[in-house]
Design a protein around this ligand. Structure first.
Ligand code: XMP
Length: 511
């Protein structure tokens, strides 16, 4: 197994993800883990992450130089490289300009993590983001790769198995970076690469038990993948110490609320408390048209209801959340040596108010890894493969005022979209597809009569992570069927339009 020491890089979790992709177990620990603790943890190799500091900063995070004498292979990335060079007697200087973005490196010697490249002298595309650079190498090190700006872009001491790269090999912009990491963890460290999601379950279960002990955990299901996988995993760990609550806000898609209840009760036999709060949400949303006010109204009411429910329960100490790594990174703030990470999610604000400790078993995972984990836990494909759905639900897809009648129109149209998208075999290829109800009336003709009704916008996007997205090139025939069906089957709609905006500059949701 591989130990990753974190110096505060935004990409540390990405390093972990790449190591998992190489089928090797790893854990991230703060950079100040003691040598004794490292020895006890017994890694096969160590990766030092990048970080925002310069090794010359007064309070620059550092490690005990004894780390390099443990006899373990070590790979330093960016700041990790600078620190290693600095502590082993090399010279590190501030680059005149921060080097940032794509760069070419020339492979000088294909050994260690650069082994996959074989032919010396080959050019490789990499992604640089650093302020410091190596100016002279420590004794025993050799140049493995260089770039125009960094003569020592990758260095290594094959005798001690110490390697360092100036560039970020964990990001997708370094196309062959995953191969380099695999070469390090398998080739240099000798890990076998037989770790799977199956073993992740065991590790996560043990960690949840250790954290929770005999305590009680409360979980809020949203109907989405993340909260469902988190709940099933926690249930596997602590059984009935987990209490699942599902607040039916009336803002879910057609049939989804029933599906959540069925899957949990019948499929997993996990007891579920369903709170019917549909009317309360409608009341809270009455007359609200501003998107941010809608979100606030929904968030606040959710917290209120959740608090009421948990007051009925005795001795709850923990709150489960399906926070994923991308949720963490969006709200990350690294302040010097100690990372202050606060996660904001759909139930943000709850833990502080209720004095609950968070249980977040997914916070190191990415969406596709969560789906894989869900499958490993035996969850049905219709749950783990579900497209993302926003916490505020249909309220932010019902533009203008939200009332039961308009929600029902939207739900019907959206149901047709889903049916046709599935029927066409497009569901799994799309990040999201859904209907939006526009508060715009236009003139139409039906039979022999004039109509004057609202419009549905169809939104379908492809995306890897929701941060950027492209509108999907849905076949015209499918668009045609969706349009015909909505206009014929949904009373109150006489026009369907297709949204062809990408994100950015648009966003995926309309509000
Ligand atoms: P936008 O509209 O910002 O959405 O491009 C990006 C992704 O996030 C989802 N989304 C939310 N998810 N709570 C959530 O859990 C929210 O408040 C929320 N708002 C947007 C959206 O569906 C898309 O996948």
């Amino acid at each position: 197994r591989i130990l990753i020491l974190d110096f505060g890089s935004q990409f540390t979790q990405l390093i972990a993800r790449r190591v998992r992709e190489a089928r090797v177990y790893c854990e991230i620990h703060p950079y100040d883990m003691s040598l004794a603790a490292i020895r006890a943890w017994d890694p096969r190799g160590i990766i030092l992450s990048g970080g925002p500091s310069s090794v010359y900063d007064a309070d620059a995070p550092t490690v005990d130089p004894g780390l390099f004498a443990l006899g373990l292979p070590i790979l330093g990335i960016c700041y990790g490289l600078g620190l290693m060079a600095h502590l082993l007697g090399g010279r590190v200087g501030k680059a005149e300009r921060r080097e940032y973005g794509r760069a070419q490196v020339q492979i000088r010697e294909a050994i260690g993590p650069l082994l996959p490249f074989g032919a010396d002298g080959a050019a490789e595309e990499v992604w640089m983001s650093h302020g410091d650079r190596i100016e002279s190498m420590p004794d025993g090190f050799r140049v493995l790769a260089s770039s125009a700006n960094s003569p020592w872009a990758a260095i290594g001491d094959p005798v001690r198995d110490l390697y360092g790269v100036q560039f970020h090999l964990e990001v997708a912009h370094t196309p062959r970076g995953a191969e380099m990491l695999t070469a390090f963890v398998r080739g240099v460290c000798g890990c076998t690469g037989d770790w799977t999601m199956h073993s992740y379950v065991d590790t996560a279960v043990a960690a949840i038990r250790a954290q929770v002990g005999k305590g009680r955990v409360i979980a809020a299901l949203s109907g989405g993948v993340d909260s469902a996988v988190a709940a099933v995993l926690i249930y596997r760990a602590i059984g009935d110490q987990l209490i699942c609550i599902f607040v039916d806000n009336g803002l879910l898609r057609f049939g989804e609320a029933e599906k959540v209840a069925t899957v949990f009760r019948n499929y997993f036999q996990i007891p579920l408390r369903v709170v019917d709060a549909r009317q309360r949400f409608l009341d809270a949303l009455a007359g609200v048209t501003d998107p941010e006010k809608k979100r606030k109204a929904i968030g606040n009411l959710f917290i209120e209801i959740f608090e009421e429910e948990s007051k009925r329960l005795e001795g709850v100490d923990f709150l489960a959340q399906g926070t994923l790594y991308p949720d963490v990174i969006e709200s990350i703030s690294f302040k010097g040596p100690s990372a202050t990470i606060k996660s904001h999610h759909n139930v943000g604000g709850l833990p502080e108010r209720m004095h609950l400790e968070l249980v977040e078993p997914l916070r190191e995972l990415f969406k596709d890894e969560v789906r894989e984990l869900g499958r490993e836990l035996g969850m049905p494909e219709e749950v783990v493969g579900r497209q993302p759905f926003p916490g505020p639900g249909l309220a932010i897809r019902c533009l203008g005022a939200v009332d039961e009648q308009r929600l029902e129109v939207l739900r019907r149209a959206d149901r047709i979209v889903m049916e046709e998208i599935r029927e066409a075999g497009l569901y799994d290829r799309l990040w999201q597809a859904f209907a939006v109800l526009l508060p715009v009336r236009s003139v139409g003709v039906m039979g022999d009569a004039r109509t004057y009704e609202e419009a549905i916008a169809l939104r379908a996007v492809e995306s890897a992570d929701g941060m950027t997205a492209d509108w999907a090139h849905i076949p015209y025939e499918v668009l045609g069927r969706i349009s015909t069906r909505i206009i014929n089957e949904v009373a109150g709609i006489n026009r369907v339009v297709y949204d062809i905006s990408s994100k950015p500059p648009a966003t995926i949701e309309w509000e």
